[in-house]
Design a protein around this ligand. Structure first.
Ligand code: NI
Length: 202
C-alpha cells in the first residue's frame, strides 16, 4: 500500500538564525539554484577525494544556507553548479520550533533498495511541479561525514525517499525522469516553454 506524503512545498519561510556550521566557518553564502532544463543538472558529479578539505566544508555551508533560504528539505551540489558527490538534507526542520537537524552526505552509496512507496515530490530545480513518484521504501546507505569517517545505516519512509531524490541529482537525474514517458514528455515541453518565456522577460 503506497504512502502518500507531502514534500518540499510546506509553507515555511526561512527565519535566518545561524546555521549549524556558521561558528566553524563564519561565511554565509546563498547561491542561485539551477533550474530545469539547465544542462548542468545532467552532469554526473565526481567522487570527493578529501571530505575534510576546506573546499568541501565551504560547499556544505553553501548548500545548507541555500537550502534553508529556499526553503527546502534537501539540496545536492550540482543544483548550485558544483559537481561533487555532496548533498545536505533536513527532513525534520520546522519553522515553528526553528530547530535544525542538518544532515551531510558525502560520497553516498545505496547498497540495498527494498519495497515500494509513493510520495508526492517536488524539487527546487523544478519549481512549481509536484508529482507522485514511486521509489524504494527502504534503503541501506553508506556515506562519509565532514571528518572523513564512513558510516552505514538503514533508512525508510520519507527520509529514504528524500535521500534517493537527492542522490539522483549526483547522477544527473531529476524526479521528473521517473514519471511515465507520456507525462514526462508533456511536462518537459511545458517547463522548457516556461523557461524560454521567463528568459525573454528578463
Ligand atoms: Ni531535487
Amino acid at each position: 500500500m503506497p504512502i502518500v506524503g507531502a514534500w518540499a512545498h510546506r509553507d515555511v519561510r526561512a527565519a535566518f538564525s545561524s546555521c549549524l556550521l556558521d561558528d566553524r566557518l563564519g561565511v554565509m553564502a546563498i547561491h542561485e539554484i539551477l533550474t530545469y532544463p539547465d544542462p548542468a543538472l545532467r552532469e554526473v558529479a565526481q567522487h570527493v577525494g578529501d571530505a575534510q578539505s576546506e573546499e568541501v566544508r565551504q560547499l556544505v555551508q553553501d548548500l545548507a544556507d541555500t537550502m534553508y533560504n529556499a526553503p527546502g528539505v534537501g539540496l545536492a551540489a550540482p543544483q548550485i553548479g558544483v559537481f561533487l558527490r555532496v548533498a545536505v538534507t533536513d527532513t525534520r526542520w520546522r519553522e515553528e520550533d526553528g530547530v535544525r537537524d542538518l544532515q551531510v552526505w558525502i560520497n553516498p552509496e545505496i547498497s540495498r533498495r527494498e519495497g515500494e512507496v509513493v510520495f508526492e515530490e517536488g524539487c527546487l530545480s523544478v519549481p512549481g511541479i509536484y508529482e507522485d513518484i514511486r521509489r524504494a521504501a527502504a534503503i541501506t546507505l553508506s556515506w562519509s561525514d565532514l571528518e572523513g569517517n564512513r558510516h552505514e545505516a538503514d533508512f525508510e519512509g520519507f527520509q529514504a525517499v528524500a535521500l534517493q531524490h537527492e542522490f539522483d541529482h549526483l547522477d544527473g537525474r531529476l524526479f521528473i525522469d521517473l514519471l511515465p514517458p507520456i507525462k514526462q514528455k508533456l511536462l518537459k515541453k511545458r517547463l522548457q516553454k516556461k523557461k524560454r518565456l521567463s528568459m525573454k522577460a528578463d
